[in-house]
Design a protein around this ligand. Structure first.
Ligand code: TYC
Length: 103
């Protein structure tokens, strides 16, 4: 039996609901002009992939049109996609990296 003199004290502190920031994918987009070896170099230097990872990502984009390179916070994903795309532009290649939010 609850003691009739017992009072329930309302909780004053609201529960803090902290949302995890959404992660964003960096995607490598295929084109017909950028040399395969250059794509691999960009993946190794900008995304720190080892040679076999870089070859696999490059070949997947080559065969399927697009491949996920990695998943980062939005800011980092955008920085990396821009830096990697610029590396191709400086050599006159249409190499393209894009970003999109994870579901
Ligand atoms: N398709 C290019 C070629 O045959 C190589 C390539 C692969 C370019 C992946 C872009 O995202 C890319 N030279």
């Amino acid at each position: 039996m609850p003691d009739p003199d017992t009072k329930t004290i309302p909780r004053l502190k609201p529960e803090l609901k902290v949302e995890r920031p959404k992660l964003h994918k960096v995607l490598l987009v295929n084109d017909d002009f950028t040399p395969r070896s250059f794509v691999v170099t960009v993946l190794r230097t900008q995304f720190r992939l080892d040679d076999s990872q870089a070859q696999r990502v490059m070949m997947t984009a080559h065969q399927r049109g697009v491949c996920v390179v990695g998943v980062f916070t939005r800011e980092l994903a955008e920085e990396k996609a821009t830096a990697a795309t610029d590396m191709g532009r400086r050599q006159g290649y249409p190499l393209l990296f894009t970003t999109e939010p994870e579901e």
